[in-house]
Every structure is written in structure tokens, then in C-alpha cells.
Design a protein around this ligand. Structure first.
Ligand code: ADP
Length: 630
């Protein structure tokens, strides 16, 4: 039997319709890709699946209308389960396509793999669709054209992915580029389809087709497919448009929120006098300087961020090395820095600044930036200075008052060596006025005069020092020496009440960085309090002063007595200002003593003494640099 190929022809109106659907589907694909990219989390998955559904329907419908446009001189029916399978292939191809183009990056390998999968999907859809044909003829394929159609499918997919990836983020409106992209893609897709169709040739088989599950598609059916497709794609586009509007509104709202929070931040910076900044380590360029930073440093924001050298110049010349040192150390150690320094403004204004910087490292661990803040602490510094001055004045006033009360005792203390000197002077004269003057005895008496007079002068100068108003000075002080001096000055006060004073001072006692007069004041307060507590008790009247070396480079000094003991129920109040249990007390002694000790970096506390009386203990650091004065 001679083989006669059935000659097919095309319904041109349907071909045009299929092209139109291809372009419409392409446009929808471009639009949906943008939505999938913009969405996150589960909304992204929903967009991906629904978008792929709409897009797949579009591609599939284009293909079917293309098939229907092909007219064979024999009746053709379609096996509908296979038709559904081909729709599934189209949707799968669309899932792959949307997934690939909505990623952050699309490298060459991903594009190639994506287009191979997508092309395979489209080709499968096409050939599964052809397999759905039920007709009384056999179908043969020209293998060259089949391969060519698959190659086209892959190449067109590649082009489609590329175009979509680059046009996906187009904002509102139709977008001319997007439209052009859709036309190109829409025109390219049918190329594959019609190449595939050309690959098939049909020969009548003489056998009736198996028509189980087969349907024949009328013109009405074609119109239905086209309409449904347009409706699906239209709905997808509408949803996408609404979503985009919504996203744009959200963005506007977020921008407004951001602006508002920036305004709050600027206000907070103004209120706290804190400027924020960020600068690049290489070159020192400022990456960010807040408005408040400009205000504090006295630069004009109009002139742009000042270079590192300009910022360095603004640092007070006396503090520049300290500032630079902190930064250099932080760079060397890749660590943060915190430094207090002054800046000198062009008009001569000096500001105190407290800066905290934090290192920013890149992925390979190199230090790239510092971010941080600079706070203008000038007011705080002035307040601290005023407070320190007030404390010094108060300590001085309290010292002078106490010394005033001790006048009788101190006079006695000075008087003693003077009286001794007078006696020795008389003795000396006697030795000299003898018939045979005894020069040796006279010299000895004269030496004693010198010693006594020196002692008197020493005591007077110490008393004067306690009266004098000087600002606190830091020097290396021998605490044992201070204790000894104080016990000498107050020795007479103790003996007036028959109190024995015992000292147990540790040898090899390290020196302490501190203010000698202030430390004297502390011991004077503690010893006088002990004398007050002991003077009226019956039994042992004893006062013990002990010094010892502690661990952690600390000195511990205790002043213990056998007096009345700490006031019951009020022991925790004795360090409060104005707390006193004495008729003429001021209640300032312990308060001042504690603040002096703390300003030296130490602690002062009280405890009961066993079996009776009270003990006061204080620690002083031997290494740490002492803080500002009391
Ligand atoms: P003032 O001596 O003027 O009262 P202080 O601040 O020196 O002020 O002391 C406050 C109070 O602490 C004293 O009034 C006293 O009640 C109690 N106090 C201080 N030292 C002792 C001590 N060695 N023994 C018992 N109580 C003491």
C-alpha cells in the first residue's frame, strides 16, 4: 500500500491567537517573577506556585491552540488524561523558571541548568500533548526536527530566563522594556512549537482510533480554552498589581517610620550630647558623622565630613597623644577603645569628650572600620570639679574645727619640747659659768636643745599643714609614718584620759599614692572617735592601731578601742552625714573619712571589737593609681 502523508494546514486566526497568548503569558511571567522576588517566607511559596500555575496554563494553552490551529483532513480527538499530564509538565517548567529567576543571583551554571530543565519541561509538554492526539493515522517524527525543537526550547528558555531576571524588578506601570521583553519571548515560544509540529507527519492507518477517554475539541472548546487562559492570566496580573501597590504603600509607610525614628534618634543625640560616627581604618575617612557630632566638634556639615587629620587637629594638643595612643592600640589589637580627652574649638572653647569605639571586622577578620559615639561631658566634668572642690572645702573646714577643739592638747604637745629646751639651756649655762667650764657637758646640753627645738618646730609645721588650705596633692606616702605622726600629736589627748595607745605597725610596708594631709585627717578622726568612746568607760582604756599587708596589693589598717561600742541599732548609720550620738558632735568625721579613703581607691568600714568596743578598718591600694581628691 502506497504511503500517503496527510497534508495538514493551519488556521491562521488560531495561529495568531496562540502567538498573542504566548506574549500575554510572557508578560505575566515577567510580572510574577518580580512578585516572587519581592515576597519572603510562605508568601513567596504561594506566589511561586500560583504564578507557575498561571504561567504554565498560559504556555500550555498557547500550545493547544497551536495544535488546534493545525487542521488535518481527518477527525482528531484528544485523550484528556494525557492532556492534563501535559498541563502538569507546563506548570513544572514554570515552577523551575520562576524559581531560577527569583533568586538573588543567577550565575551562568544556574542559568544553563535552569534553561535545560525548563526547555525539557516545555518540550515534554509539547510531545506529551501530541501523544494525546487520537486519530485514524500513525504519526512519524523527523528526528532532526525533533532535536531542533528541543534545542529551540532550551535556547528560548535561556533567553527567557535572562530577560526575566533582568527585568523582574521593574517598578510600577506597564514598563516599556518589560513589554518588549514579553513580545520577544512570546514570539520565540511558538518557534519551538511549530518546529515540533513540523517534525510530525501523519499517515492514515486505516484503523479507527481508540477513542476511550478521548474528546474532540470544537471551535467552542477552543474559544473556551482561550478565554479561560486570558481570565487566569488576567487575574494573576491583577493580583500582582494589587500586591505591588500594597507593597509600595508598605514601603512608603516604612520609609515614613524610618524618617520618624531617625528624627527621634537625632533628638535623643541632642538631649544626651552624643554624636555617632563611623570611620574607615584605611585612610581614616569618616563614613558617617551625625548632626550632633558636627555640633559638638564645631564643624559645618555643609563642608562635608572633615578628614582624619582635621579631626586630629581639633583634639586638644595636650590630649592628642592620649587620643592617638588609644586609637593606635585599638588598631593593633583589633579591639574597641574608650578614651576621655578634650577638644579645642577655633574660638578657644574647650570641651571634654568621652568616646567609645567598636571595631568592625570583615569576613576574613581584617579590621575595616570603627563605629562609635562621642559624648560631650563638659558639663559633667565641671560639676565633678565643683563637687570635688566642695568636698575639699568641707574636709578642710572639718579639720580646722577639730584642730580648734584640740588647741589645749596641741599647745601642751608643743610646750613639752620647749620646756625641755629651756631646762637644757639652763643646764648648759650652768656648765659654762662654772669656774672651770665643762665644755663637754655644755655641748651635750646644747645638742638636746637643738633636738627639742627641732621637735617643737616639727610639730608646729605639721599642725600648720593641717590648718592650711591646699588642693589635694598626690605623692608617695608612708602610711606608717602618717600613723606615727598622728599618735604623737594626739598622745597628750589620750593621756589626759589615761588611755594607753598601742601601735603594731608592719615593717616593709609599701608606699601608697595619696594625699598626706587627707590621710592624716582620716587617722585623726578615727583616733579622736576612739578616745571619745573610751574616755568614760571603767576598766581597760586601750586603743590599738595595727597596720598589715594584705593580698592583692592592699594595706589594711585597723583602729580598735575598748570603748562603748557602736551605737546599737544604728551601727549602719554612723557613716551618714550629720549622724552623731555626741552632744557636740558634727556627724561629719566618718562621712569625710570614708570619702577620703574611697577617693584613694580604698574602703572604710566598722565592726564590733571583741570583747568590747569598736574597730574601724580601712584598706588602701598600693599599686592602683588613686582617683581624684576627696
Ligand atoms: P562625730 O564624732 O561628730 O559624732 P563621726 O562621723 O566621727 O561624727 O561619728 C559618728 C558617730 O559614730 C558617732 O557619733 C558615734 O556614735 C559613732 N562612732 C564613731 N566612732 C566610734 C567608736 N570608735 N566607737 C563607738 N562609736 C563610734
Amino acid at each position: 500500500m502506497a504511503v500517503v502523508n496527510l497534508i495538514g494546514s493551519y488556521n491562521h486566526a488560531l495561529v495568531a491567537l496562540s502567538m498573542l497568548i504566548a506574549m500575554f503569558a510572557s508578560y505575566a511571567a515577567l510580572d510574577l517573577a518580580g512578585r516572587v522576588t519581592a515576597a519572603g517566607g510562605w508568601t513567596r511559596a504561594v506566589w511561586l506556585l500560583c504564578g507557575a500555575g498561571a504561567m504554565g496554563t498560559g504556555i500550555w494553552s498557547m500550545h493547544y491552540i497551536g495544535m488546534l490551529a493545525f487542521i488535518l483532513p481527518i477527525p482528531v480527538a484528544y485523550h484528556w488524561p494525557t492532556v492534563l499530564l501535559s498541563l502538569l509538565a507546563a506548570i513544572l517548567a514554570s515552577v523551575i523558571a520562576l524559581y531560577v529567576v527569583s533568586r538573588k543571583k543567577m550565575g551562568a551554571s544556574r542559568a544553563v541548568a535552569g534553561s535545560a530543565l525548563m526547555g525539557a519541561g516545555i518540550a515534554s509538554m509539547h510531545y506529551i500533548g501530541m501523544a494525546a492526539m487520537r486519530l485514524p493515522a500513525t504519526c512519524q517524527f523527523n528526528s532532526f526536527l525533533v532535536v531542533l525543537s528541543v534545542v529551540f526550547a532550551v535556547l528560548i528558555s535561556l533567553a527567557a530566563l535572562w530577560i526575566t531576571f533582568h527585568l523582574r524588578d521593574q517598578k510600577m506601570g506597564i514598563g516599556r522594556e518589560k513589554l518588549a521583553g514579553a513580545v520577544v519571548m512570546g514570539a520565540a515560544i511558538p518557534i519551538m512549537h511549530y518546529t515540533g509540529m513540523a517534525a510530525a507527519s501523519f499517515t492514515p492507518s486505516g484503523m479507527p482510533a481508540d477513542l476511550s477517554y478521548a474528546v474532540s475539541i470544537s471551535t467552542l472548546g477552543t474559544a473556551g480554552i482561550a478565554t479561560v487562559t486570558f481570565v487566569v492570566l488576567g487575574l494573576a496580573l491583577l493580583t500582582s498589581w494589587v500586591d505591588k501597590r500594597f507593597a509600595a504603600q508598605t514601603l512608603e509607610l516604612q520609609e515614613e517610620k524610618l524618617q520618624r525614628s531617625e528624627a527621634y534618634l537625632a533628638e535623643a543625640q541632642r538631649l544626651t550630647h552624643t554624636g555617632s560616627w563611623a570611620w574607615r581604618v584605611a585612610g581614616g575617612d569618616a563614613l558617617h558623622l551625625s548632626e550632633e557630632w558636627y555640633r559638638i566638634y564645631g564643624f559645618d556639615p555643609e563642608n562635608g565630613p572633615p578628614a582624619f587629620e582635621k579631626r586630629r587637629q581639633r583634639t586638644h594638643p595636650e590630649d592628642r597623644a592620649k587620643w592617638q595612643g588609644a586609637i593606635d592600640r585599638a588598631i593593633a589589637e583589633k579591639s574597641g577603645y574608650e578614651v576621655e580627652f578634650r577638644i579645642l574649638l577655633p574660638g578657644g572653647t574647650v570641651r571634654h569628650i568621652h568616646t567609645v569605639g567598636h571595631p568592625v571586622l570583615n569576613a576574613s577578620g581584617d579590621l575595616v572600620q570603627f563605629v562609635g559615639s562621642s559624648t560631650d561631658i563638659t558639663e559633667r566634668k565641671h560639676a565633678e570639679e565643683a563637687l570635688r572642690q566642695a568636698q575639699t572645702d568641707l574636709a578642710h573646714a572639718s579639720r580646722v574645727t577639730t584642730m580648734g577643739e584640740l588647741t589645749a592638747s596641741l599647745a601642751h604637745e608643743v610646750n613639752q619640747p620647749i620646756a625641755a629646751a629651756v631646762t637644757d639651756a639652763n643646764t648648759c649655762l650652768r656648765w659654762l659659768t662654772r669656774d672651770q667650764p665643762d665644755l663637754e657637758e655644755a655641748r651635750e646640753a646644747a645638742s638636746r636643745i637643738v633636738r627639742d627645738a627641732t621637735r617643737a618646730a616639727d610639730i608646729i609645721s605639721r599642725i600648720r599643714l593641717l590648718f592650711k588650705k591646699v588642693s589635694p596633692q598626690r605623692e608617695l606616702v608612708d602610711v606608717n609614718e602618717v600613723i606615727r605622726e598622728m599618735t604623737i600629736l594626739l598622745r597628750n589627748e589620750a593621756s589626759r584620759y589615761s588611755i594607753s595607745v598601742r601601735t603594731e605597725l608592719a615593717t616593709d610596708f609599701p608606699l601608697v599614692m595619696g594625699d598626706r594631709v587627707q590621710l592624716q585627717q582620716v587617722f585623726m578622726n578615727l583616733i579622736l572617735n576612739a578616745i571619745d568612746a573610751v574616755k568614760d568607760v571603767d576598766g581597760t582604756r586601750e586603743l590599738a592601731i595595727k597596720s598589715q599587708r594584705e593580698e592583692n596589693d592592699q594595706l589594711l589598717v585597723s583602729v580598735s578601742d575598748t570603748g562603748v561600742g557602736l551605737p546599737p541599732q544604728q551601727a549602719d548609720q554612723i557613716f551618714n552625714a550629720f549622724f552623731t550620738t555626741k552632744p557636740h558632735g558634727t556627724g561629719m568625721g566618718l562621712r569625710i573619712s570614708r570619702s577620703i579613703v574611697e577617693s584613694h581607691g580604698g574602703r572604710l568600714w566598722a565592726a564590733d571589737n571583741s570583747p568590747r568596743g569598736a574597730s574601724f578598718h580601712l584598706t588602701l591600694p598600693t599599686k592602683a593609681e588613686a582617683h581624684g581628691g576627696a
